[in-house]
Design a protein. Structure first.
Length: 536
């Protein structure tokens, strides 16, 4: 029987919570409760107020005006002094943040950081705290916990860093865990592992969990109840099964209907030469050797091992795999940014890795990165960003024709002067995440490429914005006859976009074929695990 099935006093009872910055209200009258041992998911898009709601409970939001009540075991957290709150944070209520690389201190080992929490809240010696830190790392499934405790955050993988964050949060066996998008930055199989770990630890310690997320698969697999937020207002709450089966609010229905829709371009005639083709493509890096051998020579790490693939005209080749599988290295080779062996041809030519000779190929192959906020220069205006490729590849084009081509390309991706007055003179920070990704697309499309390399183009976006961008990419493919090399770990995105698929693991292509065949009848155990973790 789950906690919501019995009449119990809430562990946390939030009443009419309001959060404002200056004269702008960002959370408006939110009321929710969590029973001891219950798992509640707080769902909404970026800007809905879900993270502000959770963080304001511990007054972790700077310069915010907070009102209402947050009764934790009958004690109002919003009325506690800063000194009293320091006794609650970490001991009774702990937090797991979205990005462990920024949440963990890079100057201290993970063992030191976990031990610090234990020493702060419990009467232990340094040696006892350190030993407890190792035990917690072992509980979270990190191999060689004693050695990893002495590692710095950058020396751990993404999944290991997230496990270290969980170990730190559980150091004092809190009654309530606030988990803010704890799996968003992880690969699909790691997401499943972290989800199982949190569920196991939650049962073992009897914690309540408030999960902040926009991942509806995660909600369905993990939570007892769900609360949906839109623009600072709680619009719907209920048991997960009931809300998913019979959503009452239009916004909830919109979120549930935001799964990517498959609408690919029909295949071209088989006689047409592929835009890109690779046979036996390999990429290796030098690595230092241990011992005396390392004084005289270096070893080689094989990041991609003899990969065969083709991207036909007007079709999408999906490349899927976990971090470290080699898919991003293959993308770098495809872009001519990484030396490779084997036969790799783009529109019938090979990369020379010489700037002058490769310039025509660089016009034919463009790239759209995962995070447009970091890939677009914050110091350049929209016009400067989009026209940069024209200045390089069409230097004879006059200022006014160039401006018109920029405006036409921006309109093609859904950005117009009517929507955004002074569009060309704006900067990237003035746009939302989805709008910035449209801007990144316009920057790539303005030179009229034949192939786009899409590196996780939607993983940083909310589900509704993700659906819009995928729909835009499919429309552009139909209208322009574009080919896509789609790098992703999201099986749903591949299922919606790709015609063909290759699955990579440890630098090798372990399975390939038409996307329906690979996803519906996977033959390799690794592919089966990926598909199960994503769609199961």
């Amino acid at each position: 029987m789950s906690p919501q099935d019995v009449d119990v006093t809430p562990l946390l009872d939030v009443r009419d919570l309001r959060v404002a910055f200056g004269d702008k209200d960002v959370v408006r009258g939110v009321s929710l409760h969590i029973a001891p041992g219950e798992k509640l998911a707080l769902v909404g898009e970026s800007g809905s107020g879900k993270s502000i709601t959770a963080m304001s409970l511990l007054r972790l939001v700077s310069h915010a005006r907070v009102s209402g009540q947050a009764l934790f075991n009958g004690q109002d957290l919003l009325q506690l002094s800063e000194r009293e709150l320091r006794g609650v944070r970490g001991r009774d209520v702990a937090v797991i943040f979205q990005e462990p690389m920024t949440a963990l201190n890079p100057l201290f080992t993970v063992g030191d950081q976990i031990a610090e929490v234990i020493e702060l809240h419990q009467a232990t010696t340094r040696a006892q705290a350190w030993q407890r830190a190792i035990e917690l790392l072992e509980q979270t499934g990190i191999p060689e916990p004693a050695r990893r405790a002495s590692s710095f955050p950058h020396q751990l993988s993404g999944g290991q860093r997230q496990r270290a964050m969980i170990a730190m949060a559980l150091a004092c066996q809190p009654k309530l865990l606030l988990a803010d998008e704890p799996t968003t930055a992880l690969d699909v199989t790691l997401r499943g592992q972290i989800l199982e770990l949190l569920g196991d630890l939650q049962k073992r310690h009897g914690m309540a969990v408030l999960m902040i997320t926009h991942d509806l698969h995660l909600v369905k697999r993990f939570a007892d109840r769900v609360a949906v937020m839109e623009q600072g207002v709680l619009v719907e709450t209920g048991r997960v099964a009931e809300v998913f089966a019979h959503p009452q609010h239009a916004y909830t229905r919109k979120l549930l209907d935001s799964r990517p829709t498959r609408d690919p371009l029909p295949p071209p005639p088989s006689a047409v030469e592929p835009v890109m083709q690779g046979r036996g493509v390999g990429v290796s890096y030098p690595v230092p050797l241990s011992g005396v051998k390392g004084w005289f020579r270096s070893g080689r790490f094989q990041a991609v091992k003899s990969a065969d693939f083709a991207v036909p005209v007007g079709r999408t080749l999906g490349v899927i795999g976990e971090s470290g599988s080699g898919k991003s290295t293959l993308a770098l080779a495809a872009l001519g940014l990484q030396a490779s062996v084997g036969d790799l041809q783009v529109v019938g030519q090979r990369w020379s890795l010489h700037a002058g000779r490769d310039r025509p190929l660089r016009q034919a192959v463009q790239v759209v990165f995962q995070d447009p906020f970091s890939s677009l220069s914050p110091r350049m205006t929209v016009q400067e960003l989009v026209e940069e490729g024209l200045l390089i590849h069409q230097p004879s084009l006059g200022a006014e024709p160039r401006r018109q081509q920029v405006l036409q390309t921006l309109a093609e991706v859904g950005l117009t002067e009517a929507q955004f007055p002074g569009l060309l003179m704006r900067y990237p920070h003035e746009f939302s995440g989805g709008q910035r990704q449209r801007l990144a697309l316009a920057r790539a499309l303005v030179v009229e490429p034949r192939l786009l390399v899409l590196d996780e183009p939607t993983s940083a976006l909310d589900v509704t914005i993700q659906k819009q961008i995928l729909g835009l990419l499919q429309r552009l493919q139909r209208e322009r006859g574009l080919s896509y090399l789609l790098i992703t770990h999201d099986v749903e995105v591949v299922a919606a976009m790709a015609h063909d698929l290759i699955v990579m693991r440890g630098g090798e292509v372990v399975e390939s074929g038409p996307v329906e065949q690979v996803l519906q009848r996977p033959s390799h155990a690794y592919t089966q695990r990926l598909v199960s973790a994503s769609l199961g």
